[in-house]
Design a protein. Sequence first.
Length: 727
Amino acid sequence: MEEGHEKWGEYLKAKDVGLEDSDKPVVFTEEGLATYDSVDKAEIDWEGEVVLTTGERVKVKTSFRILKDEALSRSIDQWLSIASPYEPGSSEFREWREKVLEMARDFAEAAPMAGTYIHRGVGMHSNGEYAVWAYRALDTLVGNYHRKGGLLARAGHTKYNSYVYHVDKKGFGEPVKWGPPIDRHKAKYEDTLEYWLKVKKGENPYPAKRPWYPHTPEESYTEIFAGIAEEYPYKMGALILFYANPVLAANYGVKFIEVLKDTKKLPLFIAITTTINETMLYADYIVPDTTYLETGTLGMQYLYASSGGVLLAEAARSPVVMPLTQKIGEPERYASFWEFFIDTGKALGMPGFGKGAIKGLKYHEGKSYDLDNLWDYIMRVYANAAMHAKDMGIIPENVPEEEVKFVEENYPVAKFKHLIPDEWPYVAYMLARGGVFTSYEESFHPNGVSKRKVPNKRKKFKKTLMLWNEDLAKTRNSVTGAKFWGGPKYIPPSTYAPVKGGSKSFYGTPLREIYPESEYPFHLVFTTGPLFTKHRSQFYYAIKQISPENYLVVNPKDAEKLGLETGDVVEVETPTGRFKAPVVVEPTVPPGVIMVPYGMGRWADTVVKKPSYFEVKDSRLASLIKELPEREEIPEDAVNPVKRLPELKKKVLFTKSTPAYYNQAEPDKWRFNGITPNVAEMSDPSLGGWPLLSIIGAAQAYYFNVARIRKTGEKHEFEKTYPYIVW
């Protein structure tokens, strides 16, 4: 319905126009209005005026017309001027324009065997959800969903949590979950006591103290720490953090140090980690965890992204070696994430742990099994997956003995086969192949439609592709109270709420109004490149021999204006901080963009070396960072698995390093070198200076960072043993 109406953004329902007493959305046909499920076809490009049962006349549009109006609200050159780094009218702009038009033609001609492919570069902006939706609208318009060559849902998986043993995450008699999580994801502000009390008093319930994110499926680092700091919606008693490093990994994540150091705001911090990183070094207790080659990633895992287009693609992860952490008990119990939570669950008397916790299903019906260690759990996960795969005809009824023998001779988990004697041959067959997979050929119908299950999690309008989402359009910005736009739309990168007054829209103040180009002429971004996987690759010395250091890439035109050449050291300044970096002049970035290859700039990994390449502008935060020790090494009496390795293996793994490196982890020239731009990325001044997020999903907004460059007069000599600057 039209803007300004109390039901703006909602679908026109059958009961609104007297078709029937239901909430079924209405469509427009040649015969007039009809419920969406009563006709085979209807007009998609239509707008008009309808009379409600109340007698009101209101304007309505189809969701396609709303999308079309947004697309045609600017000319192609106006849209490109927003997206292009080149000046409109320049030869580069014209060339770029032709490339975009060529891409559009190719996409349309290949449809429906065409699809958009996006990842964090599109989504990790304050306006990221709307940008991603624009891409998905293209997929919807060409009808590629669930088709070969198009956009596929995730591959299926086995019933590994509950098939012949019940080891799922619920169903053990656990108490009902109550209240919102500290970061307020999957939670509506309008459902809270805070909101209700304000309304009851006759007060405007907006603004809330911080945003609520009812459409967000996952946790937000920023809102976890902001919620703890502001004790909203409640005071936090303890934080258990597993396999994470938000201080380093989040944009402007150094802000979180304020919370991690404040024992009044955070009385207890337990870290579960393989190494003591930039976040975990603030923990009160550290639980040693295992790596992916030990027991760190056990279980059944779907293959990320498209899974190769097949119907079912599920990896079975099992240890290569038994853990090298401290042994804490029998049978083969080692310090890890798994054992910590099992022991904690038992100590608290929680259902689902300890004696008789695991219930048998199917031919195990009526039996129960203890859950006292990792193996009690994980072997039954494997059993569930394998037996379901057998019943689907993927694993044969009769498994060759030599396959079972191969696994028993080579796989550490074989020593626990006695826990699942009935299922072991089928588990062995699965482990030997690395998982459960179907072929590409059998994964599609003859007409090219995938056999995968269509996602069906929505409570209403199941299996429906949407150009307009009524639930989103009914959701309000928790600070301004304005309703969000319910479909793809361009909004400029902005804060969540207005800064210094401003209009109360569903988004805040455009960042370029706060930080104009005259002050910050550059956009700072990063890329991982083909070698590094974020910051975890910093210590892979085989990779460091190819790419031992990183730098700031500057376009030749910008370098010429600033008098820069490769090897010059510059200071990059953003609204939150500054860092020094050597320059590489290269046309792989467009004018106005500066880029840092990702993966370096660390300062803690069990040992610590105080960082000197960056500083933050917030004085309180700067003082906390200064409290880091100049240097901290592994004590002689610490559990150090590397120390126990044969000397030859140490030399192979840690090329170019002295024994002091792999025995005491003494930092060498590669361990903590380089830079990361994260330490100086954008914050949101409308929300207390916490890291900038996307306005709907609370995703970390990495890719909109305004910056300026100052030449320091220093020179850097790059290592001469590698070709990595040549891309």
